[in-house]
Design a binder for this molecule. Structure first.
Ligand SMILES: [Zn+2]
Ligand SMILES: [Zn+2]
Length: 194
């Protein structure tokens, strides 16, 4: 049996969603084109096509962190950044629990003599490492800081500005004010141009 058959990939994808739902029955998880937590609908959105990568698994765990911490509103970008840090801390805790559940699950799975008669062990029975890479966390927080910084620059004069409300900035140099989105916890990518 091929290690990377389509079937194995599908199992990997479903495993993390299934495990999260089992461990945290209150979580509402739904497929989407990207990863984010929506406080309005109390739903974690995830892209199923990215769940076979470490980054995809970490993303769904991170968004679940926002959900379990009940993150809803923030008054400023600075506060949003603090919530991001908190969500990553929670994500590390969730990852540890998921990892433990998987190891326990495998330990209790089947009797040894039964397993000897079955097909040779395949890699998808081994727990994929869920521990979240600290470099990845810092990278995500950096891209968040970059994104917040970029959107805080005045579109008129490119100078600094002050945030007057969660969704409004005002330029102290030219009096221009503009709106930014504040309706969800999105996951900015370094490559995005918004
Ligand atoms: Zn987040
Ligand atoms: Zn300006």
């Amino acid at each position: 049996m091929g290690i990377c058959s389509a079937n194995t990939m599908t199992q990997h994808k479903l495993t993390i969603v299934h495990d999260l739902a089992t461990l945290y029955p209150s979580l509402r998880l739904t497929e989407s084109d990207s990863f984010y937590w929506s406080p309005e609908s109390q739903t974690v959105h995830y892209n199923p096509n990215e769940l076979q990568t470490d980054e995809g698994c970490w993303a769904i765990i991170h968004e679940s962190g926002h959900a379990l911490l009940g993150h809803a509103t923030y008054r400023s970008d600075f506060e949003l950044l603090q919530l991001e840090v908190a969500a990553w801390e929670k994500a590390k805790e969730i990852a540890t629990k998921l990892q433990k559940e998987r190891v326990d699950g495998i330990r209790h799975m089947g009797k040894p003599n039964e397993r000897a008669h079955s097909s040779p062990p395949t890699t998808h029975h081994l727990p994929p490492t869920l521990s979240i890479d600290e470099d990845h966390v810092q990278d995500c927080l950096d891209s968040y800081r970059d994104w917040l910084h970029r959107r805080s620059l005045c579109p008129n004069c490119s100078l600094g500005s002050i945030q007057v409300s969660p969704d409004t900035y005002s330029c102290i140099f030219c009096d221009h004010s503009w709106h930014v989105s504040s309706n969800r916890f999105c996951r900015p990518y370094r490559t995005s141009n918004s």
